[in-house]
Write a protein that binds this ligand. Structure first.
Ligand code: AMP
Ligand code: ZN
Length: 120
């Protein structure tokens, strides 16, 4: 399978790994949007959140638990941080192997979009 993040899991493509366990690995985003911007990905290939199923419950939980561990390790758990998972085009997903963004080390704005929602 020609998947960038599967190649990072296998080690075929290098990444600066900051955390790993049986279910997930985490590494620094190549184009950081915050002082810490990590990506936490399952070892298992799941293309989008839409393709996850009941058997993926524990791995989906592992992504969030890893984010909290990394935030604590890096010392911004109490100040706060953001986790984001983008899905498909409107979500802004560009790599089709699910990943949880972990952004920390600065205060972030909300909401993340500029335009008013169109309801019609
Ligand atoms: P998304 O737009 O949610 O699919 O996020 C994909 C993220 O992967 C982006 O933030 C990219 O900067 C990041 N990215 C792409 N290629 C690499 C790579 N080789 N190593 C680390 N991060 C990457
Ligand atoms: Zn993959």
């Amino acid at each position: 399978m020609d998947c960038l993040f599967c190649k990072i899991v296998s080690g075929e493509i290098p990444a600066n790994r900051i955390y790993e366990d049986d279910d997930v690995i985490a590494f620094n985003d190549i184009n950081p949007q915050a002082p810490t911007h990590a990506l936490i990905i399952p070892r298992k290939h799941i293309a989008t959140l839409n393709s996850a199923d009941e058997s993926d419950k524990s791995v989906l939980g592992a992504l969030s638990l890893a984010a909290a561990k990394i935030a604590k390790e890096q010392g911004f758990d109490q100040a706060g941080y953001r986790t984001v998972m983008n899905c498909n085009e409107h979500g802004g997903q560009t790599v089709y192997h699910i990943h949880l963004h972990l952004l920390g080390g600065k205060a972030m704005g909300w909401p993340p979009y500029q335009n008013k929602l169109k309801t019609a």
